[in-house]
Design a protein around this ligand. Sequence first.
Ligand SMILES: Nc1ncnc2c1ncn2[C@@H]1O[C@H](COP(=O)(O)OP(=O)(O)OP(=O)(O)O)[C@@H](O)[C@H]1O
Ligand code: SF4
Ligand SMILES: [Mg+2]
Length: 316
Amino acid sequence: MSDFILEGKGLTQCYKTDTGRVLTACRAVDVTLRKGETLGIVGESGCGKSTLLRILTQLERPAEGRLFFNGQEITFLKGESLRRNRCHIQMVFQDPAASFFPRMKVGEAITEPLRNFRKLSRQELLDKQAELLELVGLPAEYADRYPHSMSGGQRQRLAIARALALDPDILICDEATSALDVSVQRQIIELLADIQRQRGLSIIFVCHDLALVQSIAHRVMIMYLGGVVEALPGDQVWNQACHPYSKALLGSVFATDMDFDKPLNTLEGDVPSPLDLPCGCSFHTRCPSCVEICRHEQPALREIASEHQAACHLLL
Ligand SMILES: Nc1ncnc2c1ncn2[C@@H]1O[C@H](COP(=O)(O)OP(=O)(O)OP(=O)(O)O)[C@@H](O)[C@H]1O
Ligand code: SF4
Ligand SMILES: [Mg+2]
């Protein structure tokens, strides 16, 4: 039996643009998720987070790489077995308003995935609606409301309820709290943590905000231009994150024992286009610690401490 409920090896995704060029959105990403664990994924816009999630949820098949669920390969599943396997991994998106059909009542909307898979009696459906609403901290009477009459935070609770209707093993949240006020964001995060404790759910939580992610994730993976540059336990991010990009995201200075000449307090410049990936280290065009080797040799992601990997020539 595998230690991991979900495992991706060498996941790569390429897209053809309108002009016929090939864009690499995700580059040889290795990713693992344990039962009951929260994995946070962070990185600037366009670094390939959603692409990776589409592969993990099997909305897209990777151009290269392999995907395993509970140790069983699922990369090439098709038809009914693909549809069945998708029940195990459900997604919550950023915009709760766009996730619901305006003329469908809340109760119907949150049990829609269930109705697509199973035939339920009217009473079973009503019971399930009440159970799901209670799970996300909403009164059962809300089943008769329309989603547009509810607040953004309540709609995001509904989106979580709907994602949990099929009792998945894994919940994937793509910027699921980014559109919410800070206080509502915190409530949703606490709700997810509660549900995780109750159900042993595994969660992948994607967000731009490294500070937020490290506070809720058991492990954090930091991506840049489609690749993983650092991965480490969430509670070590503040003190142990050492890749120049992670440090820049944290807006902190480098540790004094590292051989970096200049401190990097903020990130300057834009992420290069994935159509023209820089040679060598993908971060070298923005990294103030860049040395000659960085311009022509890509650093491998190496274990630099227990449960801690980083890809940087200066972190040997
Ligand atoms: N279907 C597609 N066809 C062509 N290019 C795509 C497609 N999907 C994504 N891309 C490109 O792949 C790169 C990665 O996009 P992706 O949406 O995965 O990034 P992201 O990290 O989720 O960004 P954001 O934080 O803005 O959501 C981007 O350059 C994007 O334009
Ligand atoms: S390999 Fe070089 S360019 Fe890349 S992050 Fe490390 S120091 Fe910076
Ligand atoms: Mg995205």
